[in-house]
Design a protein around this ligand. Structure first.
Ligand code: PBG
Length: 325
């Protein structure tokens, strides 16, 4: 058979394949999410996220040092607030000695170069488990944005490098930027969860923080998974309002959205390889139905190929070990 072009030549062996690989994962691609709880010496496995843990500040600091030593340069902090501290306005989120603020300070002390991103949303502090203030059964936008702006300033004050609003209220990026400027936090970045979809795949995360909504769902603020163009609108508006990085979340079912957003904006794009995506791989691997390590590398590489410059993932450590291995 005569063929002018034989595409298999470039796939002939591992050396050639690695020479022509278009997408290569490195430790610089990852953001490691961390769940922090009160107490000392605490390291509790999250039941729906096998081999992932909630840790007290002391254990978190150890973990952060290990991540840094592996070449992971960015963490994203979430705190599990005590039930008795929760209220409708998320008052505890603004406490200068709250769990988040203490965690930021302890990590900065121990590992000053680590880039600290902090979750900005009310759900872990809300008695209703919603990302905003509830009035007459509705999640009100503008009053929530005011609290989010104050929360961001409080995190910046404690030493956060980036605040990461995950709430999906309108106008919060502009309000946060304004509040940071007014308080002279001119070096604090904003990673906006710009296209965050109302997803069933957040379940395990809500177990981790005990933050499931007490009534209804999050569909009046998180996006409808039917929509693609709307994601571009959200991302472009967030960039106009001052976002340094925009995020698409979840990742696996939203690869088209990652690409669409990547092509539309001139800032780095991140995606969040969320808890349900982690749990699915863990569960299938446990059953012996897929190879966990291969699944990790294939899914993360696909996210980068889709256009993600940064990937928040519970597999960050595993991925770095596999890349180096
Ligand atoms: C809420 C928040 C969620 C996640 C991060 N921040 C869940 C939600 O919207 O209920 C999910 C992360 C994950 O599933 O890994 N502000």
């Amino acid at each position: 058979m005569y063929l002018q072009r034989r595409n298999r030549i470039l796939r002939s062996n591992p050396a050639i394949r690695s020479l022509v690989a278009e997408t290569i994962l490195t430790p610089n691609d990852f953001i490691a999410p961390l769940f922090i709880v009160e107490g000392e010496n605490q390291r509790e496995e999250i039941s729906s996220m096998s081999n992932y843990f909630r840790m007290s500040i002391d254990m978190t600091v150890k973990e952060v040092k290990e991540l840094w030593s592996m070449g992971i340069k960015c963490i994203l902090l979430f705190v599990k607030s005590k039930d008795e501290l929760k209220d409708n306005k998320g008052t505890e989120a603004l406490n200068p000695d709250g769990l988040m603020q203490r965690s930021i300070r302890a990590i900065k002390d121990a590992c000053p170069e680590m880039v600290i991103m902090t979750d900005v949303a009310l759900d872990p502090f809300s008695s209703y488990g919603h990302d905003g203030i509830v009035e007459n059964g509705e999640i009100v936008n503008d009053a929530t944005v005011e609290v989010l702006a104050k929360m961001s300033v409080s995190h910046a004050q404690a030493g956060a490098d980036f605040v990461a609003p995950s709430d999906m209220m309108d106008g919060r990026i502009g309000a946060i930027r304004k509040a940071l400027e007014e308080n002279n936090f001119t070096k604090t970045g904003i990673m906006a969860y710009s296209a965050k979809y109302a997803s069933c795949f957040y379940g395990p995360f809500r177990d981790a923080l005990d933050s499931a909504p007490g009534f209804g769902d999050k569909k009046t603020y998180q996006m409808d998974y039917s929509n693609r163009i709307e994601a571009v609108k959200e991302a472009v508006m967030d960039v106009e309002e001052g976002a340094d990085i925009v995020m698409v979340k979840p990742a696996l079912s939203y690869m088209d959205v990652i690409r669409e957003v990547k092509d539309a904006v001139d800032v780095p794009v991140s995606c969040y390889n969320i808890s349900g995506e982690y749990a699915m791989i863990k569960a299938a691997a446990k059953m012996g139905w897929i190879d966990e390590n291969k699944a990790i590398l294939e899914t993360l590489t696909s996210m980068k190929r889709a256009g993600a410059d940064l990937i928040a993932t519970y597999f960050a450590k595993d991925a770095v070990r596999l890349i180096n291995g």
